[in-house]
Design a protein around this ligand. Structure first.
Ligand code: 9L3
Ligand code: MG
Length: 130
């Protein structure tokens, strides 16, 4: 079976995690996510993450280690997260409704997309370690 991967970035700067607020689809509108998207044909997952973050947020990044579980989505997609370094640029919401930076204390109260909630323990750990 051809499993397609969706990649998402956990970017932490100064003890805060970058999250982006989705515009679509309707059931996810207004919810916050780790930014990213689908791996395209011929791309490695980390290539795809670099491209998605450039397209969505106008930043240059470098994917590091994977964190958390791989989350099964509908339609044979799986979702994975990578700790990701912000190499250059200031994130701007080119595709999202907004972006925000959240501390470990703030994170549990954020309206995350349901899939990304699976990663809360690792995200909080990454924030507290930063
Ligand atoms: N998705 C869930 N959590 C995330 C990301 C980046 C994506 N952190 C889900 C939402 C969509 C699918 O993966 O159903 C593809 O994502 P996109 O291409 O719409 O960003
Ligand atoms: Mg996306």
């Amino acid at each position: 079976m051809n499993v397609r991967v969706v990649v998402a970035a956990a970017i932490v700067v100064d003890g805060r995690l970058l999250l982006a607020q989705r515009r679509r689809p309707a059931e996810l509108e207004g919810l916050w996510e780790l930014p990213g998207g689908k791996v395209e044909a011929g791309e490695t997952p980390t290539d795809a993450l670099r491209r998605e973050l450039r397209e969505e947020l106008d930043i240059e990044t470098e994917a590091g280690e994977r964190i958390g579980v791989e989350v099964p989505l509908a339609d044979g997609l799986v979702l994975r997260a990578y700790l990701t370094e912000l190499v250059s640029g200031t994130p701007r919401a080119l595709d999202h409704a907004a972006i925000g930076w959240f501390s470990a204390a703030e994170l549990p109260a954020v309206d995350l997309v349901p899939n990304d909630r699976m990663w809360l323990p690792e995200l909080e750990r990454a924030l507290r370690a930063s």
